[in-house]
Design a protein around this ligand. Structure first.
Ligand code: MTE
Length: 347
């Protein structure tokens, strides 16, 4: 994102996409069906045929990895028992699992797109603690289980657009950030929510490197009314499985109307504040990355256009460009939050 962190040109994938063929969340292939299909395909020289299946099935076939055995059973069961949120609408075909889990930004594990998958394998996410503090009546230190217990998990299939102009469609598993915040009883002074990623250079080699320029730990923030929007999710799984380490295990944010860097990973602290909190990319390059970071095709990044995006998977011969939509297509749900604001100024 900064000059030295510019993305590599294109992800390596041979999977073809079917353009303009949106599917509803209810049409995602259940894993039992996929497993049957996989057995069937295996008997039929499956690889070549897999490329012709609908997106979700092809995604799973290209990466039939089982659940990570180091994730706690209670979490795997909670994720497996998710219900459909019925709010996903027509967002496009889900990106293959292999792309969503191997083309990542998680600078704590390196600046290359493949680094997070390569170097986060041993990252310990169980047990996990989250501190909630600041302007709340009921703060404290909570285990991941405490955090999740009262919240039934839902699957939300969302568009996800990086400031680097690539995008995905991902079936996330999580619960409403608003419901979580309400439990801590924000005081009348609370106007913003700040989030912090784990700081542990022994486990996260990127934090030990002097070359990233990032001030660790990675921090992010939202205005409280943004955080209370139903689209703001706390995520613990994807594609029906617990969150892989490279995608921000065990707990991350998902804000589909904002550029991907707002969706902070591996959260260990949530602080309600009176003042606008600092955010990592804004600290690094304030002219390039604002506090709001709403997806906006009319406000270009100083070094590239934001009017279009490459929907993964892409290849040199099929970059799969498409027009970027205001608020990433979620204007009906979020535009009211920014009514009267100059979005060129508050980018
Ligand atoms: N969170 C932390 N802690 N560290 C990071 O480097 N990268 C951000 C965001 N959250 C990042 C992070 C960026 S730039 C993007 S685009 C998304 O995570 C990528 O999420 P994904 O790898 O699951 O696609």
């Amino acid at each position: 994102m900064s000059v030295k962190n510019l993305p590599k040109a294109f992800p390596k994938t041979l999977i073809k996409t079917r353009k303009n063929n949106p599917i509803l969340s209810s049409e995602i292939t259940p894993e039992s069906v996929y497993l049957d299909r996989r057995r069937f395909m295996a008997g039929l020289a499956g690889g070549a045929l897999a490329a012709g299946l609908p997106g979700s099935a092809a995604a799973l076939i290209t990466n039939p990895a089982a659940e990570d055995p180091r994730k706690p059973d209670w979490l795997k069961q909670a994720v497996a028992a998710r219900v459909d949120s019925n709010t996903s609408g027509e967002v496009g075909q889900p990106t293959p699992y292999s792309d969503a889990t191997r083309y990542n930004n998680f600078y704590e594990f390196g600046t290359g797109k493949g680094d997070p998958a390569e170097y986060s394998g041993a990252f310990k996410t169980d047990p996990w603690k989250v501190v909630v503090d600041g302007e709340v009546a009921r703060g404290g230190s909570f285990t991941l289980e405490d955090i999740l217990k009262p919240h039934p998990l839902e699957e939300h299939i969302c568009r996800f657009r990086c400031v680097e102009a690539w995008s995905m469609v991902v079936p996330w598993v999580g619960f409403s950030l608003a419901d979580l915040i309400k439990r801590f009883e924000p005081t009348s002074k609370a106007k913003y929510v700040a989030f912090e990623t784990l700081y542990d250079p022994k486990q996260m080699p990127g934090q030990a490197s002097r070359f990233s320029g990032i001030q660790w730990p990675y921090v992010e923030g939202l205005r409280l009314d943004e955080a209370m929007n139903p689209l703001a999710l706390m995520v613990v799984g994807m594609y029906g499985r617990s969150l892989p380490n490279q995608n921000g295990a065990p707990l991350r944010l998902m804000l589909p109307w904002k550029y991907g860097y707002k969706s902070i990973k591996s959260i260990v602290r949530i602080t309600l504040t009176e003042k606008q909190p600092p955010t990592t990319w804004n600290l690094l390059a304030p002219r390039e990355y604002g506090f709001y970071s709403n997806v906006n095709p009319n406000v270009d990044h100083p070094r590239w256009s934001q009017s279009r995006e490459r929907r993964l998977p892409t290849s040199l011969f099929d970059p799969n460009w498409r027009d970027t939509e205001m608020f990433n297509g979620y204007g009906d749900e979020v535009a009211a939050l920014y009514k009267g604001m100059d979005l060129q100024k508050y980018f």
